[in-house]
Design a protein. Structure first.
Length: 128
């Protein structure tokens, strides 16, 4: 971390602990789930302090300001010093997490639904 000015995007995402493996970070970047400064990025793209990284990990969206770079993966506390999440991103993420937590759990019965179950599902969908 000391003295470094830039790092590969996939390495940075791995070092910041958004992905367990560097290959998973590479796949996400190649799959278009990551933008740097408003542009779609490639895994070898250099990130520097001050860059804005937008990361979409379903169902959440992270908007991060890069504050440091690292080529090596450190502790969680060290990883937290590599970025700062924007206030809007943090608020939206916590609201979505609350909505998902409060959503009713889906219950699946065993086998084919009975006539009573089908009527209840139709009523829920607004068909009856």
């Amino acid at each position: 971390m000391a003295g470094e000015t830039a790092a590969r995007l996939d390495k940075w995402l791995w070092a910041a602990r958004f992905f367990k493996t560097r290959s998973a970070a590479t796949e996400a970047v190649a799959g278009g789930k990551v933008e740097v400064n408003g542009e779609r990025a490639k895994p070898a793209r250099a990130v520097r302090p001050g860059d804005v990284v937008v990361l979409r990990l379903a169902p959440f969206r992270w908007e991060l300001q890069v504050t440091g770079v690292a080529d090596r993966r450190g502790t969680t506390a060290q990883a937290a010093t590599l970025y700062r999440e924007t206030l809007e991103s943090l608020t939206a993420r916590t609201e979505l997490a609350d909505q998902l937590r409060m959503a009713p759990a889906l219950e699946f019965s065993e086998g084919r639904p009975s006539k009573k179950d089908r009527r209840a599902m139709a009523k829920l969908r607004g068909e009856r």
